[in-house]
Design a binder for this molecule. Structure first.
Ligand code: SAM
Ligand code: SF4
Ligand code: SF4
Length: 340
């Protein structure tokens, strides 16, 4: 069954945040000294998460990505992966992690049936890693990437947020590193999402500039096409190396967006930029059946008209999306709660 929204976009992909906690404090995501956390008792249990996934799958979701906060901080995560991997309707099961704890978990995640892993890595220099992520964890992340490469995942990706004057001189080293470990690198434009309280237009390095800089080193870049609803546009260098760019800020792709997000406490968000969402934990805990929740999902999705990044682009002069005071009042507005 396919459920479409008001712009005929199907509901296919669900990103599930399993925790809002994180063991890094990336400047573009969690730059503040203190955060208000979701109460522990509000977090969905694995049983509740799989019940919701079954409802989503019954109305068309066939791709699930586990995220956070840092998802590897969630205790016994491989158990959830195992339960999800057993769902025949899910064609794709992936995870996005900062990699700090991946060395310990890579093999167990693979054994549990996880298909793909994306690791976030913005720099290969220890001093910069400390500046950007505020912890000394680069060696742990590199060990995590190595463990993932050896664990036999179908595909490994490295996501790098490109920040002007912070790491924008590392495009080529990151591409070379990606090739050396068998991972495809994707450069992400710095987004003005909730939580990015230090965002400014000057700090964004655009898709166009990334292509120009990479092309100046490697020569002609070939666009690969075949993107469909994927956020990343893919390219090939003359030597055959492929890479991606996620241009959410300067060239958003809302027209093809089939993604929605579930926070760790069961709030369903129809757009990364949405101010509010639908609480699915409440009906679940009040005893709603899977069919009832599936009906709620289709009703809400059929009314969806979100195109947050395109609206931001059309809004002219930009500054951080959500003021700090509003973020402090509602943790659900934070990128680390939404899962990216
Ligand atoms: N902690 C995990 C990680 O970092 O991979 C998963 C959650 S994190 C919120 C998911 C992704 O969002 C990361 O790749 C991160 O780089 C990206 N992200 C966070 N804030 C961003 C921003 N302001 N602009 C662009 N990407 C951002
Ligand atoms: Fe960085 Fe991910 Fe943690 Fe955000 S959630 S601070 S992007 S590691
Ligand atoms: Fe989808 Fe919203 Fe992102 Fe646009 S901004 S691609 S509608 S999640």
């Amino acid at each position: 069954m396919l459920t479409v929204d008001r712009f005929a976009r199907p509901l296919r992909s669900l990103r599930i945040s399993v925790t809002d906690r994180c063991n890094l404090r990336c400047q573009y995501c969690m730059p503040e000294p203190e955060y208000v956390w979701l109460p522990r008792e509000s977090l969905l249990t694995f049983e509740e998460t799989t019940a919701l996934v079954d409802a989503f799958a019954s109305v068309g979701v066939d791709r699930v990505r586990i995220t956070g906060g840092e998802p590897l901080l969630r205790r016994n995560l491989p158990e959830l992966i195992e339960q999800l991997a057993a769902r025949p309707l899910l064609a794709d099961l992936s995870l996005t992690t900062n990699g700090v704890l991946l060395r310990e978990h890579a093999a167990a995640l693979r054994a549990a049936g996880l298909h793909r892993i994306t690791i976030s890595l913005d720099t290969l220099r220890e001093d910069r890693f400390r500046e950007i992520a505020r912890f000394d964890e680069l060696p742990a992340v590199l060990a995590g990437i190595d463990a993932a490469a050896r664990a036999g995942f179908a595909s490994l990706k490295i996501d790098s947020v490109v920040l002007r004057n912070r790491n924008d001189d590392e495009l080529v080293p990151l591409l070379e590193f990606g090739r050396s470990v068998g991972a495809e690198v994707r450069f992400i434009e710095y987004m003005d999402v909730g939580g990015a309280t230090r965002w400014s237009p000057d700090a964004v390095v655009s898709r166009q500039e990334i292509l120009a800089r990479v092309g100046a080193v490697y020569g002609a870049i070939e666009p690969l096409g075949g993107r469909a609803s994927a956020p990343a546009e893919r390219f090939r260098l003359p030597d055959g190396t492929t890479f991606g760019i996620i241009a959410s800020t300067t060239e958003p792709f809302c027209a093809a967006c089939d993604r929605s997000r579930l926070t760790a406490d069961g709030l369903w968000l129809l757009c990364l930029y949405a101010r509010g969402g639908v609480d699915l934990r409440r009906p679940l805990r009040e005893g709603a059946t899977g069919e009832e929740i599936a009906r709620l999902i289709t009703t809400v999705w059929s009314m969806r008209a979100d195109r947050g990044a395109e609206e931001r682009l059309g809004a002219g002069a930009r500054e951080p999306l959500i003021p700090l005071a509003a973020l402090k009042r509602d943790a659900h507005l934070e990128m680390h709660t939404r899962g990216g």
